[in-house]
Design a protein around this ligand. Structure first.
Ligand SMILES: C[S@@+](CC[C@H](N)C(=O)[O-])C[C@H]1O[C@@H](n2cnc3c(N)ncnc32)[C@H](O)[C@@H]1O
Length: 235
Protein backbone atom coordinates (compact mmCIF):
# COMPACT_ATOMS: atom_id res chain seq x y z
CA UNK A 1 0.00 0.00 0.00
CA UNK A 2 2.36 2.67 -1.28
CA UNK A 3 -0.10 5.47 -0.49
CA UNK A 4 0.75 4.88 3.19
CA UNK A 5 4.42 5.68 2.60
CA UNK A 6 3.95 9.35 3.53
CA UNK A 7 1.50 10.94 5.95
CA UNK A 8 -1.62 12.44 4.39
CA UNK A 9 -3.77 14.82 6.45
CA UNK A 10 -7.49 15.10 5.70
CA UNK A 11 -9.81 17.11 7.98
CA UNK A 12 -11.78 14.84 10.32
CA UNK A 13 -15.57 15.17 10.33
CA UNK A 14 -15.85 14.97 14.13
CA UNK A 15 -13.76 18.14 14.44
CA UNK A 16 -16.23 20.08 12.28
CA UNK A 17 -19.46 18.90 13.92
CA UNK A 18 -21.05 20.67 16.88
CA UNK A 19 -20.88 18.63 20.06
CA UNK A 20 -24.69 18.36 20.16
CA UNK A 21 -24.94 16.79 16.68
CA UNK A 22 -26.34 13.23 16.86
CA UNK A 23 -23.67 11.90 14.49
CA UNK A 24 -20.92 13.48 16.62
CA UNK A 25 -22.42 11.99 19.77
CA UNK A 26 -22.57 8.58 18.05
CA UNK A 27 -18.98 8.90 16.86
CA UNK A 28 -17.71 9.75 20.36
CA UNK A 29 -19.49 6.58 21.56
CA UNK A 30 -17.70 4.65 18.80
CA UNK A 31 -14.38 6.13 19.95
CA UNK A 32 -14.89 4.61 23.40
CA UNK A 33 -15.33 1.18 21.82
CA UNK A 34 -12.42 1.62 19.42
CA UNK A 35 -10.11 2.73 22.24
CA UNK A 36 -11.22 -0.37 24.16
CA UNK A 37 -10.58 -2.70 21.20
CA UNK A 38 -7.12 -1.16 20.63
CA UNK A 39 -6.38 -1.33 24.39
CA UNK A 40 -5.20 2.29 24.36
CA UNK A 41 -5.99 2.81 28.05
CA UNK A 42 -3.61 -0.02 28.97
CA UNK A 43 -1.00 1.16 26.45
CA UNK A 44 -1.02 4.74 27.80
CA UNK A 45 -1.17 3.68 31.46
CA UNK A 46 1.75 1.26 31.00
CA UNK A 47 3.84 3.90 29.21
CA UNK A 48 3.13 6.46 31.94
CA UNK A 49 4.05 3.98 34.67
CA UNK A 50 7.23 3.02 32.84
CA UNK A 51 8.25 6.64 32.33
CA UNK A 52 7.45 8.21 35.70
CA UNK A 53 10.21 8.29 38.28
CA UNK A 54 7.70 9.19 40.97
CA UNK A 55 3.88 9.45 41.04
CA UNK A 56 2.85 12.62 39.22
CA UNK A 57 0.78 15.21 41.04
CA UNK A 58 -0.51 16.85 37.86
CA UNK A 59 -1.44 15.33 34.51
CA UNK A 60 -2.69 17.05 31.35
CA UNK A 61 -4.44 15.31 28.46
CA UNK A 62 -4.39 17.15 25.12
CA UNK A 63 -7.49 16.67 22.95
CA UNK A 64 -9.24 14.78 25.74
CA UNK A 65 -12.68 14.76 24.13
CA UNK A 66 -15.37 13.71 26.60
CA UNK A 67 -12.77 12.56 29.16
CA UNK A 68 -13.94 8.96 29.15
CA UNK A 69 -10.62 7.75 27.76
CA UNK A 70 -8.61 9.38 30.55
CA UNK A 71 -11.07 8.02 33.10
CA UNK A 72 -10.20 4.47 31.96
CA UNK A 73 -6.49 5.33 32.26
CA UNK A 74 -7.15 6.75 35.74
CA UNK A 75 -8.90 3.51 36.79
CA UNK A 76 -5.64 1.69 36.05
CA UNK A 77 -3.36 4.23 37.73
CA UNK A 78 -5.32 5.53 40.73
CA UNK A 79 -4.44 2.51 42.95
CA UNK A 80 -0.71 3.38 42.65
CA UNK A 81 -0.99 7.11 41.94
CA UNK A 82 -3.47 8.61 44.42
CA UNK A 83 -4.64 12.21 44.44
CA UNK A 84 -3.60 13.22 40.91
CA UNK A 85 -5.04 16.45 39.51
CA UNK A 86 -5.96 15.73 35.91
CA UNK A 87 -6.64 18.51 33.40
CA UNK A 88 -8.71 17.60 30.34
CA UNK A 89 -8.06 19.99 27.48
CA UNK A 90 -10.21 20.08 24.36
CA UNK A 91 -11.72 22.63 22.00
CA UNK A 92 -15.15 21.22 22.87
CA UNK A 93 -16.63 21.41 26.35
CA UNK A 94 -18.12 17.91 26.58
CA UNK A 95 -17.05 16.28 29.85
CA UNK A 96 -20.27 15.25 31.57
CA UNK A 97 -21.07 14.98 35.27
CA UNK A 98 -20.84 11.18 35.34
CA UNK A 99 -17.29 11.31 34.00
CA UNK A 100 -16.30 14.00 36.50
CA UNK A 101 -17.82 11.90 39.29
CA UNK A 102 -15.80 8.92 38.05
CA UNK A 103 -12.54 10.78 38.67
CA UNK A 104 -13.71 11.99 42.06
CA UNK A 105 -14.65 8.41 42.97
CA UNK A 106 -11.06 7.38 42.23
CA UNK A 107 -9.74 10.14 44.49
CA UNK A 108 -8.48 12.28 41.57
CA UNK A 109 -9.28 15.95 41.05
CA UNK A 110 -10.50 16.84 37.58
CA UNK A 111 -10.33 20.17 35.78
CA UNK A 112 -11.47 20.93 32.26
CA UNK A 113 -9.97 23.48 29.92
CA UNK A 114 -11.90 24.46 26.81
CA UNK A 115 -9.30 25.87 24.46
CA UNK A 116 -7.37 25.34 21.30
CA UNK A 117 -4.20 23.39 22.08
CA UNK A 118 -2.00 26.11 20.58
CA UNK A 119 -3.49 28.76 22.87
CA UNK A 120 -3.17 26.45 25.87
CA UNK A 121 0.50 25.76 25.06
CA UNK A 122 1.41 29.32 24.08
CA UNK A 123 4.26 31.06 25.95
CA UNK A 124 1.56 33.17 27.63
CA UNK A 125 0.32 30.04 29.46
CA UNK A 126 3.48 28.51 30.92
CA UNK A 127 1.87 26.23 33.53
CA UNK A 128 3.95 23.04 34.02
CA UNK A 129 2.53 19.52 34.45
CA UNK A 130 4.29 16.45 35.84
CA UNK A 131 3.05 14.45 32.85
CA UNK A 132 1.23 15.19 29.59
CA UNK A 133 -0.58 12.68 27.39
CA UNK A 134 -2.34 12.61 24.03
CA UNK A 135 -4.54 9.86 22.59
CA UNK A 136 -5.55 9.86 18.92
CA UNK A 137 -4.66 13.55 18.79
CA UNK A 138 -1.18 14.29 17.40
CA UNK A 139 -2.11 12.88 13.99
CA UNK A 140 -4.31 15.96 13.45
CA UNK A 141 -1.13 18.00 12.92
CA UNK A 142 1.92 18.09 10.68
CA UNK A 143 4.92 20.19 9.79
CA UNK A 144 5.53 23.40 11.72
CA UNK A 145 2.31 23.03 13.73
CA UNK A 146 3.27 19.58 15.03
CA UNK A 147 6.79 20.75 15.78
CA UNK A 148 5.50 23.77 17.70
CA UNK A 149 2.96 21.65 19.60
CA UNK A 150 5.67 19.21 20.72
CA UNK A 151 8.01 22.07 21.65
CA UNK A 152 5.21 23.48 23.82
CA UNK A 153 4.79 20.08 25.49
CA UNK A 154 8.54 19.66 26.04
CA UNK A 155 8.79 23.06 27.73
CA UNK A 156 6.04 22.17 30.24
CA UNK A 157 6.69 18.63 31.38
CA UNK A 158 9.25 15.95 32.09
CA UNK A 159 7.14 13.06 30.76
CA UNK A 160 5.04 12.86 27.60
CA UNK A 161 3.16 9.83 26.27
CA UNK A 162 1.13 9.67 23.06
CA UNK A 163 -0.83 6.78 21.50
CA UNK A 164 -1.62 7.37 17.84
CA UNK A 165 -2.79 5.43 14.82
CA UNK A 166 -0.09 3.33 13.25
CA UNK A 167 0.17 4.08 9.51
CA UNK A 168 0.27 0.48 8.30
CA UNK A 169 -1.67 -1.79 5.98
CA UNK A 170 -3.35 -3.85 8.71
CA UNK A 171 -4.59 -0.75 10.56
CA UNK A 172 -5.84 0.79 7.31
CA UNK A 173 -7.70 -2.41 6.36
CA UNK A 174 -9.23 -2.63 9.84
CA UNK A 175 -10.29 1.02 9.63
CA UNK A 176 -12.34 0.11 6.51
CA UNK A 177 -14.19 -2.61 8.44
CA UNK A 178 -15.44 -0.79 11.54
CA UNK A 179 -18.90 -0.45 10.01
CA UNK A 180 -19.26 -4.16 10.79
CA UNK A 181 -19.28 -3.37 14.52
CA UNK A 182 -21.85 -0.60 14.05
CA UNK A 183 -19.61 2.49 13.83
CA UNK A 184 -21.31 5.40 12.11
CA UNK A 185 -20.36 7.31 8.95
CA UNK A 186 -18.34 9.92 10.89
CA UNK A 187 -16.28 7.24 12.63
CA UNK A 188 -15.81 5.29 9.40
CA UNK A 189 -14.47 8.38 7.62
CA UNK A 190 -12.32 9.58 10.52
CA UNK A 191 -10.83 6.14 11.24
CA UNK A 192 -9.58 5.81 7.66
CA UNK A 193 -8.12 9.31 7.44
CA UNK A 194 -6.61 8.93 10.92
CA UNK A 195 -4.61 5.91 9.79
CA UNK A 196 -3.49 7.79 6.67
CA UNK A 197 -2.31 10.64 8.95
CA UNK A 198 -0.85 8.24 11.52
CA UNK A 199 2.80 7.62 12.30
CA UNK A 200 5.48 5.01 11.87
CA UNK A 201 9.19 4.47 12.45
CA UNK A 202 10.79 7.47 14.27
CA UNK A 203 8.57 10.18 12.77
CA UNK A 204 7.61 11.78 16.11
CA UNK A 205 11.16 11.59 17.48
CA UNK A 206 12.16 13.48 14.33
CA UNK A 207 10.00 16.47 15.26
CA UNK A 208 10.60 16.40 19.04
CA UNK A 209 12.97 19.22 20.13
CA UNK A 210 16.60 18.19 19.87
CA UNK A 211 17.93 18.38 23.44
CA UNK A 212 20.24 15.84 25.06
CA UNK A 213 18.16 15.73 28.27
CA UNK A 214 15.33 13.78 26.58
CA UNK A 215 15.15 9.98 26.31
CA UNK A 216 12.77 9.09 23.49
CA UNK A 217 10.99 5.83 22.75
CA UNK A 218 8.85 5.22 19.69
CA UNK A 219 7.39 1.88 18.69
CA UNK A 220 4.42 -0.08 17.48
CA UNK A 221 2.09 -1.44 20.16
CA UNK A 222 -0.37 -4.08 19.00
CA UNK A 223 -1.74 -4.13 15.47
CA UNK A 224 -3.12 -0.60 15.28
CA UNK A 225 -1.09 1.66 17.53
CA UNK A 226 2.05 3.79 17.42
CA UNK A 227 3.34 4.84 20.86
CA UNK A 228 5.72 7.68 21.54
CA UNK A 229 7.15 8.61 24.91
CA UNK A 230 9.64 11.24 25.98
CA UNK A 231 11.23 11.44 29.43
CA UNK A 232 13.49 14.22 30.64
CA UNK A 233 16.54 12.80 32.41
CA UNK A 234 17.53 14.50 35.63
CA UNK A 235 20.93 16.19 35.50
C1 LIG B 1 -10.09 11.68 17.87
S1 LIG B 1 -10.63 12.69 19.19
C2 LIG B 1 -9.84 11.88 20.57
C3 LIG B 1 -10.48 12.20 21.89
C4 LIG B 1 -9.90 11.45 23.09
N1 LIG B 1 -8.48 11.67 23.23
C5 LIG B 1 -10.21 9.96 22.97
O1 LIG B 1 -9.31 9.17 22.71
O2 LIG B 1 -11.39 9.62 23.13
C6 LIG B 1 -9.63 14.16 18.99
C7 LIG B 1 -10.03 15.28 19.91
O3 LIG B 1 -9.16 16.40 19.67
C8 LIG B 1 -9.91 17.59 19.78
N2 LIG B 1 -9.17 18.62 19.02
C9 LIG B 1 -8.90 18.64 17.69
N3 LIG B 1 -8.15 19.71 17.38
C10 LIG B 1 -7.94 20.39 18.54
C11 LIG B 1 -7.21 21.58 18.88
N4 LIG B 1 -6.57 22.29 17.93
N5 LIG B 1 -7.18 21.97 20.18
C12 LIG B 1 -7.83 21.25 21.15
N6 LIG B 1 -8.52 20.13 20.87
C13 LIG B 1 -8.58 19.69 19.60
C14 LIG B 1 -11.27 17.25 19.21
O4 LIG B 1 -12.28 18.12 19.68
C15 LIG B 1 -11.44 15.80 19.69
O5 LIG B 1 -12.14 15.74 20.91
Amino acid sequence: MSFLAARRLTPEWLDALPSTDERAIGSRRDLVRLNWIMRHDAIVADALRAGAREPPRTLLELGAGDGSFMLRVACRLAPIWPGVTVTLLDRQDIVNEATRAGFVGLGWLVETKTADVFDALSPAAPQPYDAITANLFLHHFEGAALRSLLAGVASRTKLFVAAEPCRAALAWTASRMIGAIGCNDVSRHDARVSVEAGFKDRELSGVWPVEPAWRLSERRAGPFTHVFSARREVA
